[in-house]
Design a protein around this ligand. Structure first.
Ligand SMILES: O=C(O)c1ccccc1NCC(=O)[C@H](O)[C@H](O)COP(=O)(O)O
Length: 210
């Protein structure tokens, strides 16, 4: 199966266009003010307007108020929402959009229980855990912690780049991979050559026999 690719933390129309041209399935837009990759609804609208069809736009929030989410949805054509904080399943489900729930893989996480708790999510995005940093850490977690029977609905994230994504896919066999820092030249600025190398590696490894 083709591994889907999401490039997260896009802040500029030209980076969104480049991600799409290179074959990304989805782009992530960060609506979390403390992030160096945060963008305003107006900037996000400009990014989405630059995209060709069939690229999924994912809006990322960290413990937002309902108003914050509604304000963004009123202006930005988001296909999906990614909740990256401690949101409850009920909160995630109230916005009339498909959603992903990020799970930060601290030692105590029971993935099977999270899967059950967030069963109405389209998938779980697994990210590295660092205290006080909700995401975009550039760190990997131990991929052996992902049970093979859950891999089909997992979006694997955390510290991926062109040099480790092949090993990550071989280990986890996730539905999708998500990258941010690993394809940047500076925070929030994507590097087309790094995106091309990352996507090339995904395509190379998935064409190898398992
Ligand atoms: O990117 C951020 O700054 C960020 C801030 C707060 C919550 C989530 C954030 N990013 C999420 C992502 O970009 C990815 O889903 C994921 O964390 C992977 O990031 P990276 O390790 O840099 O590839």
């Amino acid at each position: 199966m083709r591994t889907r690719i999401k490039i997260c933390g896009i802040t500029r129309p030209e980076d969104g266009r480049a991600a799409a041209r290179l074959g990304a399935d989805a782009i992530g837009l960060v609506f979390y003010a403390n992030s160096p990759r945060a963008l305003t609804p107006a900037q996000a609208e400009a990014v989405t307007a630059a995209l060709p069809p069939f690229v999924t736009t994912v809006g990322l929030f960290v413990d937002p108020s309902p108003d914050e989410v509604e304000t963004v949805l009123a202006r930005v054509p988001l296909d999906m929402i990614q909740f990256h904080g401690d949101e409850t399943p009920e909160f995630c489900a109230r916005f009339d959009r498909p959603w992903l729930k990020a799970v930060r893989m601290r030692e105590t996480v029971d993935l099977q229980a999270e899967m059950e708790r967030y069963r109405r999510a389209r998938g779980l995005l697994l990210d590295a855990y660092q205290p006080d940093v909700p995401g975009g850490t550039g760190e990997c977690f131990d991929w052996r912690r992902v049970p093979p029977q859950l891999a089909h609905s997992i979006v694997l994230a955390g510290g991926l780049n062109a040099t480790n994504v092949a090993a990550a896919i071989q280990q986890v066999r996730p539905y999708a991979v998500d990258v941010s820092g690993g394809v940047e030249s500076a925070k929030g600025i994507k590097d087309a050559a790094k995106m091309a190398a990352f996507i090339g590696e995904v395509r190379r490894v998935e064409s190898e026999p398992t």
